[in-house]
Design a protein. Structure first.
Length: 60
């Protein structure tokens, strides 16, 4: 029986999204916009990394 691959860590993407979202919120003065930007960026980066790692694993 084969073992499943280890889970993909998304810590880096979440830190980047948090910093960018906070910066957008502080610079624009609109904290709701900063939160939305942070969440959307986090989701996009996480999905991108998951697809990249999945493709990389399949090539092996």
């Amino acid at each position: 029986m084969s073992t499943p691959p280890p889970p993909v860590s998304h810590t880096t993407e979440m830190v980047i999204a948090t910093v960018v979202g906070a910066a957008v919120g502080l610079l624009s003065g609109n904290y709701l916009l900063g939160g939305i930007v942070g969440i959307v960026l986090g989701v996009v980066l996480s999905v991108g990394k998951t697809l990249y790692v999945d493709r990389k694993r399949r090539r092996r």
